[in-house]
Design a binder for this molecule. Structure first.
Ligand code: NI
Length: 184
């Protein structure tokens, strides 16, 4: 099932998401639907809040970026916890399915350590760097209620303000179905 993607301006994107209790929902089905939704929108990552579910889950598949670092990087992260970040901060131009048509350079640390459950509820502790770390950091931000635009300087954000306002009013074109923000 393909979900409409929630866009900038919807409060669900600004709210820290909640842990998923094992057995409370069918996480395999949810993950499958999230992959389908993500592929349909040509994304490399998608988090629960982006389909209107304030749950700590995100899926990634970096294969389309065609980078050595991302070979086979297709995963489901449930109740993840980044417990360490290290290395020099580096800049990369990020985009987001919830902020169509906007891209901007964001600085993030090079490496991270993360603990999470997969869709079979096996626990993992892993280390990532480079673009794989970058995708995880961006998606992890989503479940913390943070968007990449929150990392920009005030000046850069002011320059984007009218575009962001338009998105929040649904005045935006995307190649996939979006959910116009509902003020709650
Ligand atoms: Ni995003």
């Amino acid at each position: 099932m393909i979900y409409p993607i929630v866009v900038y301006g919807d409060p669900v994107l600004k709210k820290p998401a909640e842990d998923i209790e094992k057995g409370s929902i069918d996480v395999k089905q949810l993950a499958e639907d999230m992959f389908e939704t993500m592929y349909n929108a040509s994304g490399v990552g998608l988090a629960g809040p982006q389909i209107g579910k304030s749950l700590r889950i995100f899926v990634v598949d970096g294969e389309p970026m065609d980078e050595e670092n991302l070979k086979g990087f297709k995963k489901v992260f449930i109740n993840p916890e980044i417990f360490d970040e290290e290395g020099d901060e580096w800049s990369f131009e990020e985009g987001c399915l919830s902020i169509p048509g906007i891209r901007a350079e964001v600085f993030r640390p090079e490496k991270l350590h993360i603990r999470y459950f997969d869709e079979d509820w096996n626990e993992h502790e892993e280390e990532y760097e480079g673009l794989a770390a970058r995708i995880i950091q961006h998606e992890y931000d989503h479940i913390e209620g943070v968007l990449f635009t929150d990392h920009l300087t005030g000046l850069k954000r002011r320059l984007l303000k009218s575009k962001l306002t338009n998105i929040s009013k649904g005045n935006v074109k995307a190649d996939y179905r979006i959910a116009i923000p509902q003020k709650k």
